[in-house]
Ligand binder design. Structure first.
Ligand code: ZN
Length: 343
């Protein structure tokens, strides 16, 4: 398990560590059959969350990397896709949902550059070459930094022993990174602004230092739905490339919007009071992480806050994630490594 974590300093992005840890954990019998999902099984069907807005839930499956949630917005000139997922199965579901709207995909918005939100850009643009991509330019730095490092670690991991299915998953991951320019924005977002996209007005907001070094979130005034990306996620916040203190400030900006429902980057939609609760629990988690409290106490306090909301599988996943983040990211040398020099 320790060896796996050390090898996967990189592989930790949004759940990968959990996957690898589970695979290598002797208490689960070592080489677990990762083709058998231990968390969610069947994907949830697309769900209409407001007039013209359909949510396609992403999944966390043990032994695999996650897909983020996607939202499809029916606009006058085509479908707008908010986050394009990672795996081909997610893409197929996304395309089928778009087809039922009877319009082409006119635009993609990416909340951030993590591969569970951006990988579908390349295949979508292949099918819809005129589709605009509205996103932060942070992905440019990620492609030569974090993702380049991740790619070389994958390449190295491929030299070792691993089940064939694991190796092909790593190869697919490298191919996603190699999509490079086809993942980039055609219409960069460099700050807060209102844009008319495919004939529909959306308010866009940019956080330079929160979850990923460039987090875009969007508010649709017509439905009063706020699309938060990974600024809000359940079963736990995902701290892999985050600046926790700046992230906390971003949550206040988001809360200042008069939204009715918020779609998180992972997990089910939240009401305004759920989001208030999220922020309180986020504060408590950071305070606990900065204290002398035992990490299990911090973890369990977060999980008990969401007790009624999370399935048994989600709780197990949340516990694994928080054990990792409290041990490796929020405390010790790595803490604050993604924060700007002057906080
Ligand atoms: Zn994500």
């Amino acid at each position: 398990m320790l060896r796996s974590l050390a090898m996967s300093g990189l592989l930790s992005i949004t759940g990968l560590t959990v996957a690898n840890t589970a695979l290598a954990d002797p208490s689960t019998g070592g080489a677990q059959d990762h083709t058998q999902p231990a968390t969610e099984t069947d994907p949830k069907p697309p769900r209409r969350i407001a007039s013209g807005l359909t949510l396609l839930r992403g999944r966390f499956v043990a032994g695999e990397q996650p897909d983020g949630n996607s939202v499809l917005i029916d606009a006058p000139e085509g479908v707008i896709v908010f986050d394009s997922g990672r795996h081909p199965a997610h893409l197929e579901r996304l395309l089928a949902t778009a087809r039922s709207a009877g319009k082409p995909i006119a635009a993609i918005l990416n909340s951030h550059w993590h591969l569970d939100h951006v990988s579908g850009n390349a295949p979508l643009r292949e099918r819809f070459p005129n589709a605009e991509v509205h996103a932060s330019t942070a992905i440019e730095g990620a492609l030569t930094g974090f993702l380049a490092t991740y790619r070389s670690q994958l390449e190295q991991a491929l030299q070792g022993d691993a089940p064939p299915a694991q190796k092909s998953a790593w190869q697919a991951e490298m191919a996603r990174i190699d999509s490079g320019p086809r993942l980039l924005p055609t219409h960069p977002v460099r700050g807060d602004e209102t844009r008319r996209i495919a004939g529909r007005e959306l308010q866009l907001f940019l956080e330079p230092d929160a979850v990923s070094g460039g987090d875009l979130w969007a508010f649709d005034p017509e439905s009063r739905i706020l699309l938060a990306g990974d600024l809000v996620t359940l079963p736990a916040p995902l701290f892999d490339t985050a600046c926790p203190a700046r992230w906390r400030r971003a949550l206040d900006r988001l809360r200042a919007i008069d939204f009715e429902h918020l779609v998180p980057g992972h997990g089910a939609p939240l009401t305004r009071s759920d989001v208030d609760r999220y922020v309180t629990a986020f504060d408590a988690l950071l305070t606990c992480a900065a204290s002398e409290q035992d990490a299990t106490h911090c973890r369990d306090a977060w999980l008990s806050e969401w007790h009624e909301r999370l399935s048994a599988e989600d709780k197990a996943l949340g516990a694994q994630l928080l054990d990792y983040y409290l041990g490796q990211v929020l405390r010790g040398e790595a803490a604050g490594r993604y924060c700007p020099a002057v906080a």
